[in-house]
Design a protein around this ligand. Structure first.
Ligand code: ADE
Ligand code: ZN
Length: 322
């Protein structure tokens, strides 16, 4: 599996830091670890999806400096490179950085340093998607999009939106995505994870070329045909879906069915230590539990390179590596 080059388009940066790194960072910042962050087993503790989002916010609350973001980025990218990844798009959240008083310059500067250091040490490439948090509301999402549009950064290539999909419908965020797309950022949005086909339909009214998750599109065959016809790419995260309970097992996950229907699919680990996931592991799951051949997995990587929001020079260089 290690010899198959891998590309990851869906992973939340704060969500890549394992408990040990969050602990190291909290000690460095002179902060106690938030009380209900970890269970007795030393792993992140949460009971369901919304509780997971709260635990995620708790972990993010001790990440305070550019150096912290550099270390998280560097350590995550190096672990991906060890598993055979050649390119990762990291979803960064200015809202989480602002909550701890971190400036945009220091936040993005730290992440960019992590990307540069990981490239130097392993050859892996990384780029950044700016994400708004939908449950922080439309006004805040507008501020995030405007800031990203007015302060271009060479490594920021896309815009995304995470958070509570069921409570905050995509259709409310049209202007947010017009601003991001108008600034030349590639756009994607969480949909079809914690709400069904209607949520994906609403997302398709936005200027997006990819959907984060999107797997519950399977509930509406005409939507599946539309995704296939429009060439919309799904960023699928099977382990996240199974651990959080969107589907009871890998065998009941619709990824193979979507792919068989002509939908373009890629793989992501979402929030790796929360779910016991890695990008290499997601490729393994497809091979071992979903019937993908080595050739199928190479095609998944090729789709991810096609759908990446990076510039075409980097895209061509990535193609050369597969
Ligand atoms: N933020 C971090 N992980 C997320 C997920 N799986 N869905 C929505 N928002 C998230
Ligand atoms: Zn996600």
């Amino acid at each position: 599996m290690r010899v198959i080059p891998k590309v990851e388009l869906h992973v939340h940066l704060e969500g890549t830091a394992p408990p040990e790194l969050v602990h190291r960072i909290s000690v460095r910042n002179g902060l106690p670890l938030p009380e209900r962050l970890l269970g007795d087993d030393g792993r992140f503790r949460y009971t369901d999806f919304l509780d997971f989002l709260r635990t995620y916010d708790l972990a993010a609350s001790v990440i305070r400096t550019g150096e912290d973001y550099r270390d998280i980025t560097y350590e995550y990218l190096c672990s991906c490179a060890a598993g055979g990844a050649i390119y990762v798009e990291l979803t960064a959240s200015p809202d989480h950085a602002a909550l701890v008083g971190l400036s945009d310059e220091e936040h993005l500067g730290g992440i960019a340093q992590g990307i540069d250091d990981a490239r130097r040490d392993t050859g892996i490439e990384g780029r950044i998607l700016i994400s708004a948090v939908r449950n922080f509301g439309v006004e805040q999402a507008l501020r995030v999009a405007r800031h990203a549009a007015e302060h271009p950064h060479p490594y920021v290539v896309g815009f995304s939106m995470a958070g509570d999909e069921a409570g905050f419908p995509a259709g409310d965020f049209g202007q947010v995505f017009e601003i991001a797309a108008g600034a030349g950022l590639g756009c994607t949005i969480h949909a079809g994870e914690w709400a069904g086909a209607d949520s994906v339909r609403a997302a398709l009214s936005l200027p997006v070329t990819r959907i984060a998750h999107g797997v519950r599109s399977i509930e509406d065959p005409s939507l599946v045909s539309e995704l296939a016809d429009r060439g919309i790419v799904l960023e699928c995260c099977p382990t996240s879906n199974v651990v959080l309970g969107v589907y009871p097992s890998y065998e009941q996950h619709p990824l193979p069915e979507l792919r068989a229907a002509g939908v373009r699919v890629t793989l992501g680990s979402d929030d790796p230590p929360y779910f016991g996931a890695t990008i290499e592991g997601e490729y393994d799951v497809c091979a071992e539990r979903m019937g993908f051949s080595a050739e199928d997995l190479r095609a998944v990587t090729a789709t991810a390179i096609d759908a990446a929001f990076c510039d075409d020079d980097l895209r061509a260089a990535l193609r050369d590596r597969i």
